[in-house]
Design a protein around this ligand. Sequence first.
Ligand code: CAO
Length: 417
Amino acid sequence: MANALDGVKILDMTHVQSGPTCTQLLAWFGADVLKIERPNVGDATRGQLQDIPGVDSLYFTMLNHNKRSLTLNTKDTTGKEIFTRLLEECDVIVENFAPGALDRMGFSWERIQEINPRIIYASVKGFGPGPFEHCKVYENVAQCTGGAASTTGFDDGPPTVTGAQIGDSGTGVHLALGIVTALFQRETTGRGQRVYCAMQDSILNLCRVKLRDQQRLEKGPLKEYPQYPNGSFGEAVPRAGNASGGGQPGWVVKCAPGGPNDYIYVIIQAAIWAPFMRAIGREELIDDPEWATPEVRLPKLEKAFAMIEEWTLTKTKYEVMAILNPLNIPCGPILSMKEIAADQSLRDSGTVVEVDHPTRGKYLSVGNPIKLSDSPADVTRSPLLGEHTVEIMSDVLGYSDEQIAAARAAGAIGNEA
Ligand code: CAO
């Protein structure tokens, strides 16, 4: 079966996480992703957090599936010529260097357009235009500046970053959408365009409801927040702990046997009050005027969840799930990474995949979470540094063996292979 992006060539100048997440998605959809790396050095993540000495780290392997690697010194004169040829051949160039790095190599957007007017030039940066536009940015900086940290955590604790890589991977996903949208528009205009995603902007897009709440707060207290009605609000949206954030109150409650992840998230949706109370043996509260409606429960939510917890503490999170789920009570167990790694349904759907790698052996990765019925996303291992240098120079650029040898002798391409 063909893939959706078959025939699309991506000049992948990305490194670390945000950019590689984007190009990995495009590769899963069938694009031919040519990852350009510095000779003998490569993407810094190859060597970061290594669990096996001398072997590409899981950080690298899990973000660079289905790509080809070419080592090229884009600051060398011959290297620049090769890079120019790559720009001529590719549909998209993606990069997430520190601001201005590509310009410093001599490849401004104007120059890139001159070389190939059809090319799409996509970038991730920490910030858009403004006081911070020249800053280097990593994940947690973005979470702090995009509104995630100030709204995450508990009211009496410090701002907290989330374990989800919403700054890096989140921005990469946004960028991928920008790229395919630009490819779609190119079908009618024939022109490429600049695609730019700032990590701060992408985080803010994911924190949209918190900006909603900031404006609601100016009109009165946020009634679904745990601060209402027994606590107090300041001038900015507060941290809401584990509150559900929507109109239906939710919280995390403890389960047996009491391990660090023996918890379940439960939501007291208005419609399920009666079956929920029946399930936990508190039928008397179903019609009790002190408890029967969402309005009267609101000031007593802490008590309500404590009551539910008394019951959940007698069962495992899976047993609670098995009882509440058939009653249509929205709930979900807190799953540890260990449990997720062993989850058979995630394996069956291809969301968790086992990949074989020539130097590391078998490892687990996350496959494509976006399932297309006509574009299978088979996960193939990440490339070794420079594994495809000769192949790309010859197949994509048409260089002869002599020209490749000369480029290597000039130090423009690496000799890793
Ligand atoms: N040949 C020659 N030079 C190369 C090259 C190649 N193939 N590939 C990269 N380089 C050079 C770059 O041109 C740059 O050189 P200059 O500083 O002389 O312009 C240099 O390598 C390093 O690039 P960098 O500044 O981007 O790398 P860094 O490790 O110092 O910074 C990061 C990393 C992530 C902070 C920075 O790239 C950044 O802010 N990126 C944008 C935001 C982003 O994506 N952040 C998230 C990363 S995922 O956690």
